[in-house]
Design a protein around this ligand. Structure first.
Ligand SMILES: Nc1ncnc2c1ncn2[C@@H]1O[C@H](COP(=O)(O)OP(=O)(O)OP(=O)(O)O)[C@@H](O)[C@H]1O
Length: 897
């Protein structure tokens, strides 16, 4: 055994293991290094005259373009905001390399040494890394066929190069990397392999190897790293441990440089604390590449993180990758923390992240907000909302992805990953508006998703955030998460209630909610105006501050918008004429109603779920840019939306006369919290409009605070169990019970007298699924009706084809069954003389329309030949239409029609 071999054995234990993992870290770091700007190269974007920083909108990039550009590596084409794009690459690298290329020229070596001393550590590391990468590229190009696979396997690289001189003349390709190389290289010069390896080179390699082993040991002793695999550390100098040698430069020069490198590294390693804080402050921005700092400044106007954000990012739970829920008031800056965590995940840990948001519109907003980061920091963003998002997700070799998804699409994504045994590609799931877990319908889907991930237990970190969860500790028990709670709100929100003609300020005290009269309101309305606007909405909007008016129904949104547009004072109605005209034209092209166009021309709009996505998007953008001053909306703009509203009015919160209040405390907080967003408005005001009598009912609701969220999983239990069997996560009663034990439903709650009986629930669902024919008992061709529950519970289950279809289509068993029946019916006779039958088949079935029976009958009477044939194929005939009109049950007709 030669000395080199011995050396390898002596130092393989920790260092080798670490090196293997550090190799990964090294490649992570590469991404960072290539994007790291030299401090000097970052352009100022301050306006010289006003000395203010420009706020830039995110570049206008559709998400698929972000994906495409990132994939193609063609990010230079992207029109970024000023000061962000081109300067983020090290454009002086060629000068540096040509400088190093003169390495053999002794007279220039001192210049190089001087240069190394002068450059920042950060730049130094970048240049070295770049050099190594170039060198690898050349090796690949030069010796595609001759790479010795065995040598490769042993991490000994064989270079089939010309003479040493030739090698040296390839200066731009073989620069400084040998200086700090810790790996062995064997040169293959024609047939005389190893000819150029002289003893001094080997000694040099031994020195370097030992040196790096020392570094390895030092690093592996860092407590934080050992405990924690700190992501901060992962992005730092660890790449130095993984650089390869080629022994090209003169020995003298090399040892000089070696000394320099050693000195530089030693300085760093002398004090572990100094290393860590140095890395923290100079090489990264909250664990992200330093270029992220500039991106936050340019695209978000954020120069400093709030103290709580910093504290949260440094929590032990985050460092040790434990699950976390953090709760702060609306506009507290929660989203920013989650974005940093996700970017760390994709950049540093090279895992994908899933960001779950409540609405398609918010998914799109976040895509736009994150796209400049994706382009500059070299990761991908993929939209999973509405019809978008491929299932299973595309496998990416080079880059990692942040999937931004609605709850439903997020579940489909997770299931598809589990099915293909690819769930380990996911490292982090962030759930915004976590309180939605208690919302009927969608809450069950969210709970199914989270339960599945927790049950599979593949070291996926779950982070949830919310402003409105009354029982954080119970939700935390479900997620096995730690809780971080603060009451920080950067922009002050003043809350008022308008009772009659008096405006009262709300004061929250330990005793409850106190009202302090603020002022009498007199808007000087004419009798006609008072009749048209009894709530005084238009008067409250005076002053021109951007405002949202929350209304209880779509109809009331439209009415209030029309009223406001008609009654606005001229100074508010007449501004921004050209831009408003452009908005009106854009809306007209989307097919908006005349009422909306009329309102928009005065700077007012309504916004609700009845509008198309593009219409809503246009209106939101117009409000952001100040073209619209007022939007009357339903709860579509209540949660998670970041608009520059300074004032929020809440109408109709009291509910129907005599009925319970329409507004919960959580909904009130979310809506009021839209006023005064940091960076968008200097202060916020919310005004709740109601009568003194209505206030009597509302006050206790608000005083009671945010209600605890409870599980709404029950109706989705079938889907959870069916998917678990399909995905082979559990297939017997006891295993499925264990799955149910991981649900939020199973967490004992203070608000409920008894915890859910998961065994009984499991038995009930198994019985119903087997009866429905979507689950079969293994080995039993047909379910024996005599199977008692106990026997059934202990059976092993397999999923029928119908069950598999339901899971794959993310449909309820009932919806899947209905679809199959429709397809069977269509198979018997598809009416193809017109589009009606195809349209019927393609229309969503999960939200059945309930037609007016009289209208239905008159429509039936007007059907043409194709319509009649289609109706016949669906089982609708005149008798049924008449029965429907007269309120009698229809014969031979399923509930689908
Ligand atoms: N450190 C910061 N400095 C300045 N502005 C910030 C900072 N962090 C966040 N912001 C800004 O504060 C505003 C609100 O932030 P964000 O949307 O993250 O709040 P949130 O807590 O998620 O609110 P909500 O619960 O209402 O969704 C945004 O405009 C954001 O850009």
């Amino acid at each position: 055994m030669n000395s080199k071999d011995k050396r390898n054995i002596e130092h393989t234990s920790t260092p080798k293991r670490r090196r293997l993992s550090l190799r990964r870290k090294c490649s992570n770091l590469k991404t960072y290094i290539y994007n790291a700007p030299h401090e000097d190269s970052i352009p100022e974007i301050a306006d010289e005259e006003t000395n203010t920083i420009h706020r830039c909108e995110s570049p206008r990039l559709p998400c698929n373009q972000v994906e495409y550009l990132s994939e193609s590596g063609n990010s230079s084409d992207i029109p970024c905001s000023p000061g962000v794009s081109n300067n983020y690459t090290l454009n002086n690298i060629s000068n540096w390399e040509s400088l190093v290329s003169s390495a053999n020229n002794k007279s220039s070596s001192h210049i190089i040494k001087q240069e190394i001393e002068n450059i920042s550590d950060e730049m130094f590391c970048s240049l070295i890394e770049k050099s190594v990468s170039n060198q690898e590229e050349v090796v690949m190009k030069n010796d595609d066929n001759n790479v010795n696979s065995q040598a490769n396997h042993n991490q000994i690289f064989k270079l089939n190069c010309g003479s040493k001189d030739e090698l040296e003349t390839r200066n731009e390709l073989m620069p400084i990397s040998p200086i700090i190389n810790s790996k062995s290289f064997t040169f293959n010069k024609g047939t005389n392999q190893n000819e150029n390896i002289n003893a001094s080179t080997i000694n040099y390699e031994v020195d370097i190897e030992n040196y790096f082993d020392e570094i390895n040991h030092t690093i592996s002793n860092f407590d934080t790293v050992k405990l924690n695999k700190s992501s901060l550390f992962e992005t730092k100098d660890s790449f130095l441990l993984d650089i390869k040698d080629d022994s090209i430069l003169g020995q003298e020069f090399k040892s000089d440089i070696h000394d320099l490198v050693e000195r530089k590294l030693e300085t760093k390693l002398n004090d572990k604390q100094a290393v860590m804080s140095n890395l923290k402050s100079s090489n990264s921005f909250y664990g992200l590449p330093i270029s992220a700092k500039e991106l936050f400044k340019t695209f978000r106007n954020i120069e400093r993180f709030y103290d709580w954000q910093e504290e949260c990012l440094n929590l032990d739970a985050i460092k040790h990758r434990r699950n976390l829920i953090y709760a702060l008031p609306t506009s507290g800056g929660k989203t920013l923390v989650s974005e940093v965590l996700m970017m760390r995940e994709v950049i540093n840990r090279k895992k994908n992240a899933l960001f779950i948001l409540p609405y398609v519109a918010i998914v799109q907003e976040k895509i736009w907000a994150l796209s400049p980061f994706a382009v500059q920091l070299d990761f991908l963003i993929e939209e999973y909302a509405g019809g978008k998002g491929s299932l299973p997700p595309k496998k990416r070799r080079k880059k990692n992805t942040i999937y931004i998804a609605t709850i439903e699409k997020g579940l489909a994504l997770v299931r598809s990953l589990i099915e293909l045994r690819r769930l380990d590609e996911l490292g982090l799931i962030v759930v915004d508006e976590l309180h939605l877990i208690g919302e009927k319908g969608r809450g069950g889907t969210l709970e199914t998703l989270l339960t599945t991930v927790i049950f599979v237990n593949q070291n996926i970190q779950i982070v949830g955030m919310s402003a409105t969860i009354g029982n954080l500790s119970e939700v935390a028990t479900f997620l096995k998460a730690e809780v971080y709670e603060r009451h920080f709100r950067p922009v002050e929100l003043t809350e008022y209630v308008k009772l009659g003609s008096t405006l009262h300020r709300m004061l929250w005290t330990d005793e409850g909610l106190e009202l302090v009269p603020d002022r009498e309101l007199d808007f000087n309305y004419s009798a006609e105006q008072r009749a048209r606007d009894p709530d005084g909405v238009c008067g409250l909007l005076r002053g021109g501050r951007a405002a949202l008016v929350f209304c209880p129904t779509q109809r009331s949104c439209e009415n209030v918008a029309a009223t406001v547009a008609a009654m606005l004072p001229p100074e508010m109605a007449d501004g921004r004429a050209e831009e408003r005209l452009a908005l009106v034209e854009a809306l007209r092209a989307e097919g908006s109603t005349d009422a909306l166009l009329q309102a928009a021309s005065c700077g007012v709009a309504y916004h609700h779920a009845g509008l198309a996505t593009d219409e809503r998007h246009l209106l939101e953008q117009a409000f952001r840019s100040g073209v619209l001053s007022t939007i009357c909306c339903t709860s579509t703009l209540a949660a998670g939306v970041n608009l520059p509203a300074a004032r929020v009015l809440l109408r109709g919160a009291a509910g129907a006369r005599g009925g319970p209040p329409a507004l919960s405390a959580a909904a009130y907080r979310q809506m009021a919290g839209r006023a005064g967003r940091a960076g968008l408005a200097a202060a916020g005001e919310s005004i709740l409009i109601c009568s003194p009598q209505q206030w009597e009912h509302l006050k206790p609701v608000l005083e009671a605070g945010v209600a605890p969220v409870t599980s709404v999983l029950r109706p989705s239990l079938e889907s959870l169990i069916l998917s678990a069997v399909t995905l082979q996560l559990a297939d017997t009663g006891p295993e499925l019970k264990r799955l149910l034990d991981s649900t939020f439903m199973a967490v004992p709650k203070a608000a409920e007298s008894a915890a859910a009986d998961t065994r009984a629930a499991c038995q009930e669902v198994l019985r119903s699924l087997t009866r429905a024919g979507v689950l079969d008992v293994k080995g039993q061709r047909k379910l024996n009706q005599d199977n008692d529950d106990e026997e059934l519970y202990n059976s092993q289950f397999v999923v029928s084809r119908l069950g598999q279809a339901a899971v794959k289509g993310c449909l309820s068993v009932e919806a899947a069954r209905r679809l199959v029946a429709e397809l069977r019916r269509a198979a018997r006779g598809l009416v193809l003389c017109g589009p009606l039958h195809l349209l019927y088949l393609a229309a969503p079935h999960d939200d059945p329309v309930r037609p007016d029976p009289r209208h239905f009958y008159s429509l039936y009477c007007e059907l043409d030949e194709e319509g009649l044939q289609t109706a016949k194929a669906l089982g609708i005939n005149e008798t049924n239409a008449i029965r429907m009109m007269t309120g009698r049950p229809m014969a031979c007709l399923g509930p689908h029609v």
